[in-house]
Design a protein. Structure first.
Length: 738
């Protein structure tokens, strides 16, 4: 099929012309300063909320606890004039100076910007960003989204995914931050902190244990409370503690028999009481299932419509089935979050997104996100003196793959891999104009660089045979609404890699994936780069690493299993390929019959599962290579401070950054047979440089949750402390007695 390539800059010119139109104005026009005591900025957000609440009618209170409907998300549904065309809209109280809330999907960039002729930066996947193990990079990530939301007239993001990767085939894993609660919570918390610093309300989702798409609306998670608190809920606790988000979005699934959006244990007891969360709980879209039960059990706002929290809620209050004080609490939480975020005092005024700064930030984030998994015979970095390079597969001549669903950002000038162009369809792969072919050619000007499609494996092998180096781009498209049936690459790509590797001994594989994949060919190729979904600056970032302009420093935030049989659940729970249709709106399977998912592994998933079961992963959690080498020495353990110090030395000839990881094994009294990540430090080092670093261990990762006292308790006894470059490479070992 003939394809027409439009450069990233050319597509941008079209959008820039559209952006030159007057900025979106409803948020500007809707409100004038209201002379009222709650507009005094020296007062606390809670006090300001109380003052407003005292002036509100019941109708005004009810107006804030639900949305106005599906809006632009469903053709034919009403769209209020002030609606900015995002995922949701809540009208404000203009007479009191309370602005509308315009919500936007924005997991990896602002979604649906093209609807109003706008441009949004596609960032690398958040799973990729978690590979940087860099809190500053996560903060930058959130800042990009926050400033582009403001520029487009939004004042609330509904990104912030922190669900752990219990299920490595989960279709939404690319929106999350890996399998470990400390890493995921830290990265997502700092992302949300950066976003809210732009005076945008943020939310953290999907609360809780929403770890697969298959049957997501009907499944019931069965997991003991101790394991919840030490794994999935711990990630939320850490992220919320760092960022203090405006909202938390409850998930579709049930937990221990109750829907997450009407689950007293999750919402009232843990989130609001134990975590001390002051913001509000909003439902996932159509995730509300009742009125009185949901309100009493902690849900504060129904989205996107008003089936349960509109007239039905008013009638419940009138009938005294729900105390008016509960409605006041719901509204107070929303109002105080609006004041805390600054959206009342400093409304978004609309401006033009800076696509060049966004692309530069995306490139910087991706450079830290790429993980070098294999570098046999030091095939990388590539010399610029190469005479011929064969690029193969995954539209590497045109662009880079993005993840789908409600995280799908609109590409400038449309999907470069689709000759029809225009906005992408739900569940169909969308490629962004960031051409690996172009970037590689620019770095090897003397080489003949050719591209061959993956469609003809024999032709690909023939092209590879005559080249100095063959670079095979393979992909795994993932999206909300579907899980991958297996860990294998789809569409005969494993056969493609094997054929190319047989034809050319210098074969390098570039993985554009939404999560971990199996690699039956990994010992047959010289190099493997995991680039995840690399974002609009992805081609430049990966070419920079391929040619050594940038030294790779990413480490895996997830375990790569060699085969499904090694996982706690060899098959995705509820998924039956014999009688289901992948890719439906209800999950990876068209399932309407409720079913239970028993997470009997408890906290033992990811690297903890492989440790405790003594299984060998394909690539372990925390693993990543560099073009230089590092040595560890001089471990000292300070039991009083719960801190460790050690020296890291760059023993190679290139500058590079090492991510030094610290794990603990709890005393025997804890009854565990695995290690836990307890801290880390990202350390940039010049060639030959040594640096002594100190890492203070996170007390929550060293504690066990006691259900009798409803608290984390530090077990007494001997802790083993392990320090090194991955969960499986820990050359420094010490003890800490508490």
């Amino acid at each position: 099929m003939q394809r027409r390539a439009i450069g990233w800059f050319g597509g941008l010119i079209v959008l820039t012309q559209l952006c030159a139109a007057p900025a979106y104005t409803p948020l500007q026009a809707q409100q004038k300063p209201v002379p009222a005591p709650w507009m005094e900025t020296s007062l606390s957000p809670d006090r300001r909320a109380d003052l407003v609440l005292a002036q509100m009618t019941e109708a005004e209170k009810l107006q804030l606890v639900h949305g106005t409907g599906w809006g632009v998300l469903k053709p034919g549904t009403p769209v209020p004039p002030e609606d900015n065309g995002g995922a949701g809209f809540v009208p404000g109280i203009k007479r009191l100076g309370i602005p509308d809330v315009n919500l936007a999907d924005s997991a990896v960039g602002v979604r649906m910007a093209a609807l109003r002729g706008r441009y949004s930066t596609l960032l690398p996947s958040t799973l990729g960003a978690a590979s940087s193990w860099d809190a500053d990079s996560a903060y930058l990530y959130g800042s990009v989204i926050g400033r582009e939301l403001r520029a487009q007239g939004y004042n609330m993001s509904i990104g912030g995914g922190v669900n752990l990767m219990r299920e490595p085939r989960n279709g939404r894993s690319f929106e999350y931050a890996g399998e470990d609660p400390l890493l995921a919570g830290t990265m997502t918390g700092n992302l949300m902190k950066g976003l809210q610093a732009q005076k945008i309300m943020g939310d953290i989702k999907h609360y809780a244990i929403n770890d697969q798409e298959t049957g997501r609306n009907v499944l019931n998670v069965m997991l003991d409370r101790k394991s919840m608190r030490e794994s999935d809920l711990l990630a939320f606790q850490i992220a919320i503690g760092i960022s203090q988000p405006a909202a938390v979005m409850c998930s579709y699934n049930k937990v221990d028999g109750d829907y997450a959006c009407e689950n007293d244990y999750l919402l009232n007891q843990v989130l609001k009481k134990d975590f001390g969360f002051k913001g509000w709980v909003l439902s996932d879209w159509d995730g509300t299932h009742s009125t009185v039960k949901a309100a009493l059990n902690g849900l504060d706002q129904e989205q996107p419509g008003s089936d349960y929290f509109g007239d039905a809620l008013q009638k419940a209050i009138a009938a005294r089935d729900l105390p008016p004080s509960r409605l006041d609490d719901m509204v107070h939480r929303i109002l105080r979050s609006m004041f805390a975020a600054g959206i009342v005092d400093d409304l978004p005024h609309g401006s033009v997104v800076d696509p060049f700064q966004g692309r530069e930030d995306a490139r910087r984030i991706e450079e830290e996100s790429i993980v070098l998994l294999r570098n046999a015979s030091e095939v990388l970095p590539l010399p610029r003196s190469l005479k011929s390079i064969a690029l193969i597969g995954s539209h590497a001549d045109l662009g880079v793959l993005s993840g789908g669903g409600s995280a799908q950002v609109d590409p400038p000038a449309g999907n470069v891999a689709d000759p029809r162009r225009g906005n992408g369809e739900w569940g169909k792969p969308v490629y962004f104009p960031s051409s690996p072919l172009k970037e590689i050619r620019s770095r090897a000007p003397q080489a003949s660089v050719t591209y061959t499609s993956e469609d003809d494996i024999q032709a690909a092998a023939a092209a590879a045979k005559n080249a100095d180096v063959a670079i095979v781009f393979v992909n795994q498209y993932m999206s909300e609404g579907r899980d991958a049936p297996t860990l294998s690459l789809p569409d005969r790509q494993d056969a493609l890699v094997s054929a190319v590797a047989a034809a050319n001994p210098n074969t390098i594989v570039v993985l554009e994936t939404g999560g971990p994949v199996s690699m039956p060919w990994h010992n047959k190729v010289k190099g493997i780069l995991e680039v995840w979904y690399p974002g609009i600056g992805g081609a430049e970032a990966m070419a920079g690493i391929l040619f050594g302009e940038v030294n790779p420093s990413g480490k895996l935030p997830v375990t790569f299993a060699a085969r499904e049989a090694d996982l706690p659940h060899p098959r995705v729970p509820g998924f039956d390929p014999a009688n289901t249709t992948p890719g439906t709106a209800d999950g990876a399977s068209d399932i309407n019959t409720p079913f239970d998912v028993h997470y009997s592994e408890g906290v033992r998933f990811g690297y903890k599962w492989f440790d405790s079961e003594r299984k060998e992963p394909l690539y372990p959690f925390g693993f990543g290579l560099s073009y230089t080498t590092f040595a560890y020495s001089r471990l000292k353990v300070d039991a009083d401070r719960a801190a460790v110090s050690f020296t890291v030395t760059n023993t190679g000839h290139r500058p590079g950054a090492e991510i030094a990881e610290v794990y603990v094994e709890l005393p025997n009294s804890a009854g565990e047979n695995f290690k836990r990540l307890a801290g880390w430090r990202r350390i940039p080092l010049s060639a030959g440089e040594s640096r002594n670093v100190t890492v203070v261990l996170d007390p929550l990762t060293m504690s066990v949750f006691d259900t009798k006292t409803n608290s984390f308790i530090l077990p007494r006894g001997r802790f083993q402390v392990l320090v090194g470059s991955s969960s499986r490479e820990t050359p420094l070992v010490g003890t800490m007695i508490k």
